[in-house]
Design a protein around this ligand. Structure first.
Ligand code: DGL
Length: 268
């Protein structure tokens, strides 16, 4: 069983990529909606949540854990690996590497939560993958964006104005790759895409994470020549029913036939 978690609904984009790449895998998705957003919390607070979620998912039978949250990965993936040494842990990190290696202008930007934006891990990614290529990286904290997505206010005019005001100067500076460094931002693609069209490409790494999970998790064994699809168990620490509603609103209805049942409220 593979356990995928995020502060809320952002990681559903990663869940969908894993579900597509491993149709037979049994999956749990845990949204820590009682504590969303993570992006404005301290590293210690994020670590506490991630370790508690790790124990919960392990007790539920997961042998692979996927932190489908850049903020949780930067602040706590090391601690999670140390606390669950016998389990495979895969995190998600801003796609600085693909963005830097494909940039033609030598100028890229990373949109992220405040926590990821100030993280040492992001600085390491830049030092390893952008600086050696001479690529300049603008780190852009985007407070409040994840909360807009979480509350499904995707076509809110105030958000649209803020997003436009954030991207315009980056594009004017010649940035040609914009990394979505928070899984919630994937659901802003319909807003972001027209703003950057012809000037920059948006970079997100859900499919790359799904490939990494497939490579590192235990194969699903079955005797049947046409095995049934693996089920998806949805769990949330608050407002569980909103998780199912989010699937449709976020264009992920493809996951609905695989749901094991209604989303469960869990105490973690
Ligand atoms: N979806 C998360 C990320 O990838 C965090 C959003 C939040 O809770 O602030 O960073």
């Amino acid at each position: 069983m593979i356990g995928v978690f995020d502060s809320g609904i952002g990681g559903l984009s990663v869940l969908a990529a894993i579900a597509r790449s491993q149709p037979q895998a049994e999956l749990i998705y845990l949204a820590d909606t009682a504590h969303v957003p993570y992006g404005n919390k301290s590293d210690d607070a994020i670590r506490q949540r991630v370790l508690a979620i790790g124990s919960h998912l392990r007790a539920a039978g997961c042998t692979t854990l996927v932190a489908a949250c850049n903020t949780a990965t930067a602040a706590a993936v090391q601690a999670l690996r140390q606390s669950q040494p016998e389990i495979t842990v895969v995190g998600i990190e801003p796609g600085v590497k693909p963005a830097a290696s494909s940039s033609r202008s030598g100028s890229i930007a990373v949109l992220a939560t405040e926590s990821t934006a100030r993280s040492a891990r992001l600085q390491q990614l830049i030092a390893h993958h952008a600086s050696p290529l001479g690529v300049a990286v603008r780190i852009v904290p985007c407070p409040g964006w994840a909360t807009h997505v979480e509350t499904l206010q995707l076509d809110d005019s105030a958000l649209a104005a803020e997003v436009t005001a954030t991207l315009a100067p980056l594009l004017d500076e010649g940035v040609d790759r914009i990394v979505l460094g928070c899984t919630h931002y994937t659901f802003l693609l319909p807003l972001l895409q027209p703003l950057v069209a012809g000037r920059a490409e948006l970079v997100e790494v859900a499919d790359a994470v799904a490939r990494e999970v497939a490579r590192r998790s235990l194969p699903t064994t079955t005797a049947s020549p046409s095995p049934p699809p693996g089920r998806i168990h949805l769990q949330a620490t608050a407002r569980a029913q909103r998780l199912e509603a989010a699937l449709e609103a976020l264009g992920l209805s493809e996951l609905q036939p695989r749901l094991a049942g209604p989303a469960q409220l869990v105490q973690v």
